[in-house]
Ligand binder design. Structure first.
Ligand code: ATP
Length: 344
């Protein structure tokens, strides 16, 4: 349904989106995930028709909507609904007026508009706010209005740019569920920009992890967790993310040789649940200093400093945790990623 081919964007100071290709099926929920500045909003803006690509193409189904240097279908002709971090509501209009506006602009007849507005407000659970001005309602309610306004024209494509980042933690969870429901009920192909891996893991059918304008990995959420393609991805996903422990010449931290590391150098992926902590030295253990302990779902999330690096471990509640600890790295052969950036 959405196919991006060799997409590049350069504002004149070097490419910020570099030669990206991916495609998702109709009804997919694609999440563009990555740190600030990696280019995810720029990709979304090109999908929306708010920016033109420097090179490459975007197709919605069999419609070519953008082609670098040549064609760009205007935003309003793409059939894409948009919701931003700032809700961009019109404060002088009522809630119903805001939701109605795009339908009116599209020239829809009044009875159909009334039905669509009622339906969208109902779907977002804010029918009772219809007559209120948007300046008089809470942030969470405003976000619901923005979503209702996007849904009302029934767009086949929905685009979201960090829509939950202005909400408090509890509302974020609630709205995340609402977004999943809207997606399921509308069936619209969705593209969602976030730097929050939990949102990506819970909402996405497909995730593109972006790093400095490039795709590090494009995969379903579970595959990112189970088989991260790079150290960058391993560091970015998971709660907590996996540890990346330096290995040099077959030794942890270049100082503690272990048979399973024989001849290897790089960054070993060690999951928090695979580390063990003891209060006294054991064969193969490394000395560690306890930094922080967070209770988590009946277990403890422990951060400890080992050889100058912070490692996180999930251990059973009740594990003895003196200031000076000993840490046991797993004795199975770990995934080892090359150190450094493959695209400097
Ligand atoms: N209009 C513009 N002109 C010049 N450079 C821009 C423009 N818009 C974005 N950039 C640059 O492009 C890069 C990618 O920006 P973009 O907003 O796409 O990143 P992002 O991953 O969405 O980050 P954030 O999460 O902080 O919004 C940044 O370095 C940014 O400074």
């Amino acid at each position: 349904m959405i196919a991006i081919d060799r997409l590049t964007k350069d504002y004149g100071t070097g490419p910020v989106v570099r030669d990206i290709s991916l495609s998702v099926r109709p009804g997919a929920f694609l999440v563009l995930l990555g740190p600030s500045g990696c280019g995810k909003s720029t990709i979304l803006r090109m999908l929306a028709g708010l920016e033109a690509p420097t090179a490459g193409t975007i197709r919605f189904g069999d419609r070519l909507v953008a082609q670098g240097g040549a064609l760009s279908l205007p935003a309003e002709k793409r059939g894409a609904g948009l919701v931003f971090q700032s809700y961009a509501l019109w404060p002088h209009m009522t809630v119903a007026g805001n939701v109605d506006w795009p339908l009116k602009v599209a020239g829809m007849a009044a009875p159909e508009r009334r039905r669509r507005v009622g339906e969208a407000l109902e779907m977002m659970g804010i029918a009772e706010l219809a007559g209120r001005h948007t300046g008089e309602i809470s942030g969470g309610q405003q976000q619901r209005v923005a979503l209702a306004r996007m849904i009302a024209p029934r767009p086949p494509v929905m685009l979201f740019d960090e829509p939950l980042s202005n909400l408090d933690a509890a509302l974020r969870v609630e709205m995340r569920h609402e977004l999943a429901r809207i997606h399921a009920e509308t069936g619209a192909t969705s593209v969602y920009v976030t730097h929050d891996q939990v949102e990506a893991m819970t909402l996405a059918t497909d995730v593109a992890v972006l790093n400095r304008g490039r795709i590090e990995q494009f995969a379903p959420p579970m595959q990112l967790l189970d088989q991260p393609a790079s150290a960058f991805v391993a560091r970015f996903v998971g709660t907590p993310p996996a540890n990346l422990v330096p290995v040099r010449d077959g030794a942890w931290f270049g100082r503690h040789p272990a048979p399973q590391l024989a001849g290897r150098t790089g960054l070993a992926m060690v999951r928090a649940e695979d580390l063990r902590l003891t209060d006294s030295p054991a064969p193969g253990s490394l000395p560690a200093e306890r930094i922080e302990v967070i209770p988590m779902a009946g277990q403890w999330l422990v951060t400890a400093r080992v050889e100058g690096q912070r490692l996180t471990a999930v251990v059973p509640r009740g594990t003895a945790l003196p200031d000076r600890l000993h840490i046991l790295l797993p004795d199975s052969s770990p995934t080892i990623f090359p150190e450094g950036d493959p695209h400097p």
